[in-house]
Design a protein. Structure first.
Length: 395
């Protein structure tokens, strides 16, 4: 028994000694040949400058001498020259009667269509249409198009009524609408005139007094002239019904520091972001870049796209994207130069070291942005090791 205990103790001592030796070797290797990797990640950078400027379009204000007017166009509707924009009435009472008649006729048309589709349309389809209407209503309110919001709201009320009513109840409502329409039509005709579009264009109810500002005033504007323009105050003209935006181009004029503007010298186009008004990045044409004046320059940009989305934009903050680049991010310690003078990184692929050539695009101090034909996001770049060479067994 004593010999067995002695043998067991000796075995334990040998195991502990072996562990200590292994730990010592591991610590020595870690200190003298440390090995670490880091993942490659994608990197995008945008060099931009924030500016504030003014938007101009070819606009014409619509006027009326009548106090009771019903505009027939919704926001963003295109009308041709000579088309009817609004109906004028002799009195407020006549206007309210005309508005009510239009609402009743629209409701009757919607109910008749829903009643006809009741046999084939499922409750799921009706629910889907109602949800779609709610989304369109929310979008119209967000965009400030309250004319469209009112129309959508009325349609939604009719759809909800039809969805939760029996066919007999819908028929009763249609008879009530018919009777009310008949009573209103018995009143004296009081509409006095139609108001026509002087030019073709997109209608907008938004009028701010800057409608006469156009390309002719901005085409070769100086920094001092633009600074003065941006400080002007304009009021909404009396008796205005809205405006018509004609043509297809719109313009944005802004002030830039000369140090930033110099990077636009010779540029034909520049990318612009307008934030909440239009979330996407737009590419605009550089129409004019003024000479320097007191360290500032004026830039005039134009676009032939998205006119309908920017019709209410006037004084606007924007971000001019002067340069954009994308590549791969690698730690500074991971970059090497091979014996031919080429920049490279060593990557662990399975249990082997693989060399991949890179091109350094930007130096950010702790890391580089590089491009490469072979390096990919997710690759494990070796950032700490000794005696690296392609094909070396690691891990």
């Amino acid at each position: 028994m004593r010999n067995s205990n002695l043998t067991l103790k000796l075995a334990c001592y040998l195991i502990v000694a072996a562990l200590l030796v292994w730990l010592g070797i591991y610590a020595y290797q870690a200190l003298n040949d440390p090995y670490r990797t880091a993942p490659v990640t994608g990197l995008s950078i945008r060099d931009s400058v924030d500016v504030r400027g003014i938007v101009a379009r070819e606009e014409q204000v619509l006027y009326s001498v009548y106090s009771s007017v019903r505009v027939k166009l919704s926001e963003g509707t295109r009308v041709s020259a000579g088309g009817v924009v609004a109906e004028a009435y002799d009195s407020e009472e006549a206007l309210l009667r005309a508005v009510r008649l239009a609402e009743l006729r629209a409701e009757a048309e919607e109910l008749t269509a829903l009643l006809g589709a009741a046999g084939t349309e499922t409750s799921q389809q009706a629910d889907s249409e109602i949800q779609s209407g709610i989304r369109r209503l929310r979008q119209s309110v967000f965009e400030g198009d309250f004319g469209a919001a009112e129309t959508i709201s009325q349609t939604l009320q009719t759809q909800v009524f039809a969805a939760f009513s029996k066919p007999a109840e819908v028929q009763i409502r249609l008879r009530e609408i018919s009777e009310e329409v008949h009573r209103l039509e018995q009143g004296p005709a009081a509409r006095s005139d139609d108001i026509y579009a002087p030019v073709s264009g997109l209608y907008s109810a938004s009028v701010d007094g800057w409608e006469e500002l156009g390309y002719s005033r901005l085409k070769e504007i100086s920094p001092s002239e633009l600074r003065s323009l941006l400080s002007e105050e304009h009021g909404v003209p009396d008796w205005s019904l809205g405006k018509l935006v004609s043509g297809s181009k719109w313009y944005f004029a802004a002030l830039l520091d000369d140090a930033d503007a110099v990077r636009l010298d010779g540029a034909e186009r520049v990318d612009v972001r307008f934030g909440r008004y239009y979330g996407e990045q737009l590419t605009m044409k550089v129409e004019w870049l003024s000479p320097e004046e007191d360290g500032r320059r004026a830039v005039l940009l134009s676009s032939g796209e998205h006119l309908g989305d920017v019709m209410t934009m006037r004084f606007q903050d924007a971000e001019l994207v002067l340069a954009e680049a994308s590549g791969l991010r690698i730690p500074r310690q991971g970059l090497h130069v091979d014996d031919q003078g080429r920049a490279c990184v060593y990557v662990q692929t399975a249990l082997l070291v693989e060399k991949k050539l890179v091109k350094v695009e930007r130096d950010f101090g702790d890391y580089y942005m590089v491009t490469s034909d072979t390096l990919r996001p997710g690759d494990q770049v070796i950032v700490s090791a000794k005696n690296l060479y392609e094909g070396k067994v690691v891990g």
